[in-house]
Design a protein around this ligand. Structure first.
Ligand SMILES: Nc1ncnc2c1ncn2[C@@H]1O[C@H](COP(=O)(O)OP(=O)(O)OP(=O)(O)O)[C@@H](O)[C@H]1O
Length: 232
């Protein structure tokens, strides 16, 4: 008898989430009772036109912004409305972010950039360096460990940024156009490295992208439609 499939394990659950902005006289509704679940090991593409609310969704899912209504649950814990300091602590431990521009600290080497979030979390220097080296090797840029961001190519900088985002072994990776600043070939290579990391570590990843080729390679695609998160 074949084994039943392993049960899906939700990492992020949005339940009837609302986000509104006030722009002068206007109330702008970006999320309007949005429901969404992403499971362990799943890579989901978020595709939507500019201004549709991708960053708003990522910031709400990433506990950077509180929802106006509804619940954000991370690893089984309802945490969207917790006080700022608690959300910050959960974010540091359980969520990794990658942006379009790497945001690496220019005065530190690639290795040090990946060590820093681990040191903030209280890890010993030696352990942090070992993990940073492993991640750099995994991203095929081990030889660049001692280089500062300005001495790296755009693709290498993004690989370091991805390695830094997962340095504290988060459960959820949120990425806003992680390859948007790269030429198509480099974007493909960086995406390959990111996808391998997600699958190997069992992360859940929500990745906003305008690149339809890369979106098609993820497990599924979602978009924003009238404040709801729907299949794309
Ligand atoms: N703090 C804010 N106050 C008022 N309006 C905001 C605020 N943040 C975002 N908006 C508006 O909400 C809408 C969605 O913005 P958001 O940045 O989430 O879109 P996006 O899909 O990420 O866009 P892009 O692809 O251009 O980055 C936009 O119309 C934006 O002007």
């Amino acid at each position: 008898m074949s084994k039943p499939p392993a049960p899906a394990r939700p990492v992020l659950v949005l339940n009837k989430v609302e986000r509104h902005y006030v722009q002068g006289e206007r109330k702008l509704t970006i999320l309007n009772g949005a429901d969404f679940t992403i499971n362990r090991g799943e890579m989901v593409a978020l595709v939507a036109p500019s201004g549709a609310g991708k960053s708003t969704l990522l910031h709400t899912a990433g506990l950077l912004e509180k929802p106006d209504a509804g619940e954000v649950t991370l690893n089984g814990r309802v945490c969207g409305n917790l006080p700022d300091d608690e959300r910050t602590s959960i974010r540091r431990n359980e969520i990794g972010f990658v942006y379009q521009f790497h945001h690496l600290l220019p005065e530190f080497s690639a290795l040090e950039n990946i060590m820093l979030p681990q040191l903030v979390q209280g890890l010993a220097k030696k352990e942090a360096a070992n993990r940073a080296r492993q991640l750099l090797d995994y991203m095929h840029i081990g030889k660049r460990a001692g280089h500062r961001p300005a001495e790296l190519s755009g693709g290498e900088q993004q690989r370091v940024a991805i390695a830094r985002a997962v340095a504290n072994a988060p459960r959820l990776l949120l990425a806003d156009e992680p390859t948007g600043n790269l030429d198509p070939q480099t974007a493909g290579y960086v995406f390959d490295a990111l996808a391998a990391l997600v699958k190997q570590s069992g992360l859940a990843a929500l990745i906003a992208t305008h690149n339809h080729e890369l979106a098609a390679r993820m497990d599924r695609k979602v978009t924003l439609d009238q404040g709801h998160i729907v299949p794309a």
